[in-house]
Design a protein around this ligand. Structure first.
Ligand code: FAD
Ligand code: SF4
Length: 328
């Protein structure tokens, strides 16, 4: 048994103080953190329970939704503004995990969940650059399927598995952070890092820094959006590929396009190249196919992930058709 210190605080300042130095980790809903500790993947010396911090709740202002980091996935999905103005956020939440998990899992924890790469999650596997930097990558060399094809490197092809984050990058959400150096706000598109040469460093979060709030700009009333999740079984499964899409169509052309891709990226993937193809163009099947080709142009695959290029393109075309049909 590995011993660790357990600390519970009810003030942000106390949580930051308790997490100072190395070896501390935060505990929110625990649905990722506790699993990985039980499996021997993570071994913090101190676990700082943040569940009593005053960071829970959803507040709508005129143009944005302010979501406390400890709000649960179910609570956010049930918010009326999410239902009416951010349907792709609601769908991304409700297509994730199970209702029991969503009642425990928090928004901050969801954004910081760790990869489902089975080699990362099995300490018996010696080669994993994310778990043990410099040790190699078992997935690049061996069987891989639930892995990424965009933003990967030869050092790591792990996937970011959050559904919610895919919708949030498409919406230009912001994360509010608080740490020893004070508070700061980071666009979610700049929060995550690609695999590169240091796949063990996944975000710009400094040691001990807390996510306190997620700010989500509301879509205009006229925008229709949706989240498509393609997976091996209908429920309780991570995405093979997923698409968060929002389109505004005015005078027969796409005026605004927002696209996030899941199941394909080392980080929740904003498909800017696809958006560029669509903006100013009529919403036709041919243009949707061109956008999908642009979105996947930079894919790097291993034999087990080659199928994802076409699957992601088809999913994107289908979701653009769905959204454009309902927005006419
Ligand atoms: P915790 O486990 O408590 O923490 C996760 C990580 O975040 C830890 O490193 C912790 O230190 C850190 N952390 C938590 N809160 C903060 C904060 N405010 N500031 C800084 N650091 C913080 N997710 C999907 O998106 N789609 C799915 O289909 C899906 N299916 C799942 C199926 C199963 C069986 C399981 C176990 C999980 C699944 N998940 C899925 C993942 C699930 O959504 C996450 O485990 C959950 O959202 C994590 O939230 P938590 O509050 O439990 O985080
Ligand atoms: Fe580890 Fe990344 Fe390779 Fe998985 S893909 S074994 S997480 S280095």
């Amino acid at each position: 048994m590995r011993l660790f210190e357990y600390v519970r605080t009810s003030e942000v300042a106390d949580a930051l103080a308790a997490s100072a130095g190395t070896g501390a980790a935060y505990l929110a809903g625990g649905t990722t953190q506790v699993d990985l500790m039980k499996d021997g993947v993570l071994a913090p010396e101190r676990l700082v329970d943040i569940t009593r911090l005053p960071l829970r709740g959803v507040l709508g202002t005129g143009s944005s939704l302010h979501v406390g980091a400890l709000t649960t996935m179910e609570e956010l999905a049930a918010d009326p503004l999410v239902t009416h103005r951010l349907p792709m956020v609601r769908e991304a939440l409700l297509l994730g995990a199970s209702v029991q998990l969503r009642n425990m899992a928090t928004i901050g924890g969801n954004l910081l969940q760790r990869t489902r790469c089975r080699y990362f999650r099995d300490p018996a596997v010696a080669t994993c650059n994310k778990r043990t930097p410099g040790s190699g990558c078992a997935a690049v060399a061996g069987p891989a399927r639930m892995h990424a094809i965009l933003g990967v490197s030869e050092r790591c092809i792990a996937l970011h598995a959050s559904d919610l984050a895919v919708a949030l990058v498409a919406l230009d959400a912001l994360v509010h952070l608080e740490g020893a150096g004070g508070t700061r706000t980071v666009p979610l598109t700049e929060f995550y890092l690609e695999a590169g040469t240091t796949p063990d460093v996944e975000t710009v979060l400094a040691p001990g820094e807390l996510i306190t709030e997620v700010e989500i700009p509301l879509l205009p009333e006229t925008t229709r959006s949706g989240y498509l999740k393609v997976r091996d079984r209908v429920s309780y499964e991570f995405a093979l590929v997923s698409v968060a899409a929002a389109l505004e169509i005015e005078d027969g052309v796409v005026s605004t396009a927002r696209i996030g891709l899941g199941g394909v990226g080392s980080k929740p993937w904003r498909a800017l190249a696809a958006e560029d193809v669509l903006r100013g163009a009529p919403p036709t099947a041919a243009n949707f196919r061109d956008a999908a080709a642009a979105a996947l142009a930079g894919a790097w695959t291993v034999p087990g992930t080659t199928f994802k290029v076409e699957l992601a393109q088809r999913a994107l075309v289908r979701q653009l058709q769905t959204v454009s049909e309902i927005s006419r």
